[in-house]
Design a protein around this ligand. Structure first.
Ligand SMILES: [Zn+2]
Ligand SMILES: [Zn+2]
Ligand SMILES: [Zn+2]
Ligand SMILES: [Zn+2]
Ligand SMILES: [Zn+2]
Length: 402
């Protein structure tokens, strides 16, 4: 077993007395490479050194010179899926890395070796297939490499707790383990297998199927939830329309009633007005008639004084007295029938109308949606299984500590 940090990046792959060299790149990421003293001296002499380091230096130079160059990380002598290289997931390269390394012209790469993290041209790929160190590597078409999701490339290949390469897989915990994980957390686990033995079946594994099933469930739920929500929105719009209709109905009941009261009072006012006018015109007519009569008598008296003889005056006086008596009776009669109308208005009792606080109280009830019942049930089942698992894990950890 080999430790990811710090082991020698040189040819010897030794772990003792490795120096850690930290190389800062222009984008402020730090790539750490280690070389033992022997290898470093050897590299200096041969001018070759670790390919990983050469690549880093080259790409840094190229970036500094403003050249837009895709960078392929990875150590030629590595190929162990190390923590260091996994920090910088290599980008797909179109040119053969080895030919470029040999300062040959750019040759289009056809395959990619995930273990070497190198793009290879046809002839280099053949060499790679025959080479003792790489003959078991599974290469893929270079186009397929670019299809691998970034998160897969970024997934840590080493245990982050112990900085050691994953070597085992605990089927009880469904978790990869480094050798220290095994001794610290999985002592009582009975289903530990070498990681290499279980990865072959990764694509047909129960876990991947489970994950896919979960994704299917979630997708199905989201689809249902969306359809359901759209249906709820439609229903809600209907309810809004219904409430608005109700409000308008209540409002029209009130306004119709007010209109009726208004018309009733208006009609009464009109009747009163015309009745009073008619009565008053009649009275004024009577008064004018009386005034004419009285004036005629006064004129007669004045003419009689001027032109009639005493005998004529004496005899006519009795007649005049009779006429004046008639007028007096008529005026008396008139004044008896004359009445004055004063019109005011009493404020009606409208408190009931004014005390109405609304045209309808909105009743809002929050209800759980149908689809939530289903997903909650499923989630609860899943969480219960997970809790059981972690309880079991804690129990085992406690047992180990004792
Ligand atoms: Zn070394
Ligand atoms: Zn090549
Ligand atoms: Zn390879
Ligand atoms: Zn570990
Ligand atoms: Zn375990």
């Amino acid at each position: 077993m080999s430790s990811c940090l710090p082991s020698c990046w040189g040819d010897c792959r030794c772990r003792s007395s490795a120096n850690e060299n930290t190389t800062s790149t222009t984008d402020n990421r730090t790539s750490r490479t280690t070389t033992c003293k022997n290898c470093e001296a050897k590299n200096k002499r041969s001018g070759l050194g670790c390919r990983k380091r050469n690549d880093d230096t080259k790409s840094r130079d190229k970036r500094n010179s403003g050249e837009n160059q895709e960078i392929v990380g990875g150590c030629w002598s590595g190929g162990h899926g190390c923590f260091i290289t996994s920090m910088h997931p290599p980008k797909p390269k179109t040119a053969c890395s080895i030919c470029e390394q040999k300062k040959k012209s750019r040759i289009t790469a056809e395959t990619f070796c995930p273990e070497c993290e190198e793009a290879l041209c046809k002839s280099c790929a053949e060499h790679h297939k025959l080479s003792k160190i790489s003959k078991d590597h599974h290469t893929i078409p270079v186009q397929h490499y670019s299809e691998i999701p970034t998160f897969v490339l970024k997934t840590e290949q080493c245990c982050l707790d112990h900085k050691l390469e994953y070597e085992m897989y605990c089927q009880d915990h469904k978790h990869p383990c480094c050798i220290r994980c095994v001794s610290e957390n999985h002592v009582d686990c009975h289903n530990l297998k070498p990681l290499n033995d279980v990865v072959h079946n990764a694509k047909s594994s129960e876990l991947l199927n489970e994950i896919e099933k979960s994704i299917d469930d979630i997708s199905a739920y989201l689809e249902t939830a969306q359809k359901e929500r759209e249906e709820y929105v439609r229903k809600f719009e209907e309810q809004i329309a219904q409430c608005r209709k109700h409000k308008n109905l209540i409002k029209s009941l009130i306004t119709d009633h007010l209109d009726q009261l208004d018309q009733k009072m208006e009609a009464e006012l009109n009747t009163r007005e015309s009745d009073y006018k008619v009565a008053s015109e009649k009275t004024i007519g009577e008064i004018e008639k009386r005034r004419e009569n009285v004036k005629k008598i006064a004129d007669d008296i004045s003419a009689m004084r001027k032109y009639a003889s005493d005998r004529q005056t004496f005899l006519a006086m009795h007649l005049l007295n009779e006429s004046v008596g008639k007028e007096q009776n008529a005026v008396y009669e008139l004044s008896n029938n004359m009445e004055h109308i004063e019109l005011t208005v009493n404020e009606p009792d409208i408190t009931a109308v004014l005390e109405a606080q609304s045209l309808g109280n909105l009743k809002v009830i929050s209800l759980p949606v149908d689809s939530v019942f289903k997903i909650k049930k499923k989630m609860k089942e899943k969480m219960a299984t997970k809790q059981d698992n972690s309880r079991e894990k804690r129990r085992q950890q406690n047992a180990t500590e004792k």
